[in-house]
Design a protein around this ligand. Structure first.
Ligand SMILES: Nc1ncnc2c1ncn2[C@@H]1O[C@H](COP(=O)(O)OP(=O)(O)OP(=O)(O)O)[C@@H](O)[C@H]1O
Ligand SMILES: [Mg+2]
Length: 265
């Protein structure tokens, strides 16, 4: 059984407002036929330019959005017909983490451990250990979340995701906005989880070295489609002249298709 299975997934939005690029009521296509299967225990990277559909795909997998067409399964459970089963198996970390902003990290984590049915004292200890390891100053644990920087809040979101041994972690840019040391701490942490709990991990990132270091396979997404999917080494060899994932990424996403045609002509 796969951790995640997506079959020909489409999603478009009808934005409320107008913008210079969109007429009112005009549909914006975010995903255009995504298919992949992710084995259990894999760390699967998704790399793509801004607006290419990464977060939309994460939201579909985590049952926050429904696909227009296609199937999404998490450990065999269809997200459409069994959302509760799916939610029990996943943890999502994203920049727009939902917290009670007037409450402290401690109170938010207590609330979460209550939802998971964990022993409060044990969960507290674990959360504190994680937060300290990620370099959150001890006194901040009791401060209202709204008084924390974005990076600090991100660390609380990571601690929350790790309160229980995660089965499927959906990490949407977990290190974006973190200082270099915190970024390393979080990456080391992800590596450790990967090794120790046989968790399955999806990692969306703009950090090529992070993907290279942590991911077994990487999908490159552009315009809502996977345009390449392989190990970092294979992508580097095939599209980046062996000069790494970044070279492959730039090559795959940088060229305007029209220019390509002209070049071919
Ligand atoms: N709720 C929404 N309403 C309207 N359009 C949306 C909505 N969510 C996403 N989109 C559009 O869908 C497309 C994909 O967005 P998405 O957030 O998935 O991109 P992303 O790859 O995560 O980008 P980033 O790297 O900037 O996080 C974009 O064109 C975006 O404007
Ligand atoms: Mg995003």
């Amino acid at each position: 059984m796969y951790a995640i299975e997506c079959i020909d997934v489409f999603k478009s939005f009808r934005p409320e407002g107008e913008s210079p690029w969109h007429r009112k009521g005009q549909k914006v296509s975010a995903l255009e036929g995504i298919s992949f299967a992710m084995p259990q225990g894999e760390c699967f990277g998704i790399l793509g330019p801004n607006g290419s559909g990464k977060s939309t795909l994460i939201r579909l997998i985590s049952t926050l959005l429904l696909a227009d067409r296609g199937e999404v399964r998490v450990f065999g459970h269809d997200v459409r017909t069994a959302p509760l089963e799916v939610r029990r198996l996943i943890h999502r970390v994203s920049v727009e983490a939902s917290f009670f902003k007037k409450l402290s990290a401690q109170e938010n984590l207590d609330y979460a451990s209550g939802l998971y049915g964990l022993d409060k004292a044990q969960a507290r200890e674990r959360a504190q250990e994680i937060l300290l390891r990620l370099g959150l100053p001890k006194e901040k644990i009791r401060a209202p979340l709204e008084e924390m920087s974005r990076g600090q809040q991100q660390k609380v979101a990571i601690a929350r995701a790790l309160l229980t041994s995660p089965t499927l972690l959906l990490l949407d840019e977990p290190t974006t906005g973190l200082d270099p040391r915190s970024r390393r701490d979080v990456q080391a942490f992800i590596e450790e989880i990967r090794g120790s709990y046989s968790a399955s991990i999806v990692l969306c990132t703009h950090d090529m070295q992070e993907a290279e270091r942590l991911c077994d396979r990487v999908a490159i997404i552009r315009g809502g489609r996977f345009i390449a999917l392989d190990t970092p080494d294979a992508l580097s060899a095939r599209y980046g002249d062996g000069e790494g994932l970044e070279a492959a990424f730039l090559r795959l996403t940088g060229e305007d298709p029209r220019e390509e045609e002209e070049m071919d002509a």
